[in-house]
Design a binder for this molecule. Structure first.
Ligand SMILES: Nc1ncnc2c1ncn2[C@@H]1O[C@H](COP(=O)(O)OP(=O)(O)OP(=O)(O)O)[C@@H](O)[C@H]1O
Length: 210
């Protein structure tokens, strides 16, 4: 059941212009999401899924329409939003804990308390013994988990997950789906996840209902 509107997507259209072409990526999209809801958007590659997430995140400006989070119009990037991209984008020269802390560093929020909280997340999600390892010492599934923890570290009110399983083999997909649904349930986040694979959606919905 949907509670009060937390995210409002109102009549969003997006046309990308290149020198000799234009692509209509989104055509008058509207939907609302309640606080604590976990919404999945499924569609084929190129249908505009990443575009809608980037607009919600304030990284891409819509050609028309507006996005409101908690009633406030999104005009720029927003600290309340955590965005996990298709690939993990971990920095190879930073350890796992240093990667996880990067969002807090950017926001100038590294302090005793936040370090403690992030360490707790890393421990809770089974990466404690890998804290001082480098990304290339971890499996793809573990790196995705690190990316998710890095996104959670800034304590976002809204999580945007762009194909969190796309770079993974089947076994790792199942493991990361378990992790993500577990984390979303425990942390009680509002989240939008996009994927091209309906099997991912069914699996994660089943896990979320458990
Ligand atoms: N910066 C850009 N410039 C021009 N066209 C773009 C740009 N970004 C996306 N597009 C086009 O807009 C359409 C939607 O792209 P988008 O990446 O949002 O789709 P998607 O559903 O997320 O696909 P995928 O899963 O393959 O990333 C595609 O046709 C894409 O080629």
């Amino acid at each position: 059941m949907q509670q009060t509107k937390f995210v409002e997507i109102k009549n969003i259209s997006k046309i990308y212009h290149t020198l000799d072409d234009e692509t209509k990526a989104l055509d008058n999209i509207s939907f609302d999401i309640g606080k604590g809801e976990i919404v999945t958007i499924v569609g084929p590659s190129g249908c505009g899924k990443s575009t809608i997430l980037s607009i919600i995140a304030g990284l891409v400006k819509p050609s028309s329409g507006d996005v409101f989070i908690n009633g406030e119009k999104i005009v720029d990037t927003n600290k309340a939003i955590g965005y996990m991209f298709q690939s993990d984008h971990l920095f190879q020269w930073r350890t796992i804990i240093e990667n996880v802390l990067i969002g807090l560093e950017i926001q100038n929020k590294v302090n005793k308390e936040s370090i403690k909280r992030v360490n707790r997340l890393v421990e809770t999600y089974g990466l404690g013994e890998f804290k001082n390892h480098y990304p290339n010492q971890l499996s793809g599934g573990m790196r995705q988990r690190v990316a998710l923890i890095r996104t959670l570290a800034i304590e976002p009110e809204l999580l945007l997950l762009d194909e969190p399983f796309s770079a993974l083999d089947y076994q790792s997909r199942l493991a990361v789906s378990d992790d993500i649904s577990d984390i979303l349930k425990r942390e009680k986040k509002t989240a939008i996840m996009v994927t091209h694979d309906i099997a991912d959606v069914i699996y994660i919905k089943v896990l979320l209902k458990k």
